[in-house]
Design a binder for this molecule. Structure first.
Ligand code: NAD
Length: 248
C-alpha cells in the first residue's frame, strides 16, 4: 500500500496533464450516501422507482418525497472533505487540470477546483419543467411538494435522471480531457454507470496511467486500471499529497 502511494505521487510528479474522474465515494466522507454498496440509497429504494425520468414524470410527488427532499437536506449541509481539498490543492500546485465528476453536490467547486465537468448535471439548481427558469436549490420553498415555479410548472433538479441524455458539452469535453490525460485518478466510483465509466477506458487507450482509489475493487480494476490503491478517498489523497510535496 505504501509502495502504491509513493508510486502515485511519482506518477503525478512526472505527469503534464492530470485529470480525475470522481463518483459518489468521493463525497461519502462529507456525509452524502452513495447509490450502491453498504449504506447506499439503493438498499432502501428501487432506482427505477425514484431516479428514472419516467417515474418523475408519472409521479413527481413520490420522487420528491422519496429522494429529492432528503437529498436537498443532505447536500445543503455538506462540506468538502479531505479528498475534495486535496484535489483542489493538486490544482493549485499546477498538477491537476480538470475534474470530471459524476457527483451533483458541487463540493469540488466549493473546495476550490475551477475546471469541473458536471457529467450528470448539478443539484445546486432546480429548473422549471414548463418555462425552463432556473432557481437555486437552497432558495426553493419545499413546504409544498412538488415545489412549483412562479409560472405554475413543476421544479426538477438540474441533474440527469436515469433514462436521460448526458449534456452534450459535458460528454464532448470529458472525452477530450480523457484523451489528453497522462494520468487519470479514478476516485470513488463503481464505474457501472455509462457513459461516465467509459472515460477511464478512453484515457487508458490514449496512453494514460489510470490510478484507482477505492476501498473495493471495481469492474475497471483488472483490465483498465494500472493499479488500485485500496482505501477511503480522503486518507488516501492526504497520503499521496504528503509524498508529492516531498518530490516537488
Ligand atoms: P456508486 O454509488 O455506484 O459507487 C460508490 C463507490 O464508492 C463504490 O465503488 C464504493 O466502493 C466506493 N466507496 C465507498 N466508500 C468510499 C470512500 N470512503 N472513498 C472512496 N470510495 C468509496 O457511485 P458512482 O459510481 O458515482 O455512480 C452513482 C451515480 O450516482 C453517479 O452517477 C452519481 O451521479 C450519483 N450520485 C451522486 C452523489 C453525489 O453527488 N454525492 C451521491 C450518490 C449518487
Amino acid at each position: 500500500m505504501d509502495d502504491l502511494i509513493q508510486k502515485a505521487a511519482a506518477d503525478l510528479a512526472q505527469a503534464k496533464m492530470v485529470s480525475a474522474l470522481t463518483g459518489a465515494g468521493a463525497s461519502i466522507e462529507s456525509g452524502i450516501p452513495p447509490f450502491r454498496g453498504k449504506g447506499g440509497l439503493w438498499e432502501k429504494y428501487d432506482p427505477m422507482e425514484v431516479a428514472h425520468i419516467d417515474s418523475f414524470i408519472q409521479d413527481p410527488v413520490k420522487v420528491w418525497n422519496l429522494l429529492i427532499k432528503d437529498m436537498k437536506d443532505i447536500v445543503d449541509q455538506a462540506q468538502p472533505n479531505d479528498c475534495h481539498k486535496g484535489l483542489a490543492r493538486l490544482e493549485e500546485l499546477g498538477k491537476l487540470q480538470t475534474i470530471i465528476t459524476q457527483n451533483i453536490d458541487g463540493l469540488h467547486q466549493m473546495a476550490g477546483n475551477t475546471d469541473v465537468i458536471e457529467f450528470h448535471g448539478t443539484f445546486a439548481w432546480q429548473r422549471c419543467m414548463e418555462c425552463n427558469t432556473h432557481i437555486e436549490t437552497r432558495r426553493v420553498d419545499i413546504s409544498e411538494i412538488p415545489p412549483h415555479c412562479q409560472c405554475g410548472g413543476i421544479l426538477r433538479p438540474n441533474a440527469v435522471f436515469f433514462g436521460e441524455l448526458i449534456p452534450q458539452e459535458a460528454l464532448w469535453r470529458s472525452r477530450q480531457v480523457a484523451t489528453d490525460s497522462d494520468v487519470m485518478l479514478v476516485i470513488g466510483t463503481s464505474a457501472v454507470v455509462q457513459p461516465a465509466a467509459l472515460m477511464p477506458v478512453v484515457a487508458k487507450e490514449s496512453g494514460a496511467t489510470v490510478i484507482e482509489i477505492n476501498p473495493e475493487s471495481t469492474v475497471l480494476t483488472n483490465d483498465i486500471s494500472d493499479y488500485l490503491i485500496k482505501g477511503p478517498a480522503g486518507d488516501t489523497i492526504n497520503r499521496i499529497m504528503a509524498n508529492l510535496d516531498a518530490l516537488l
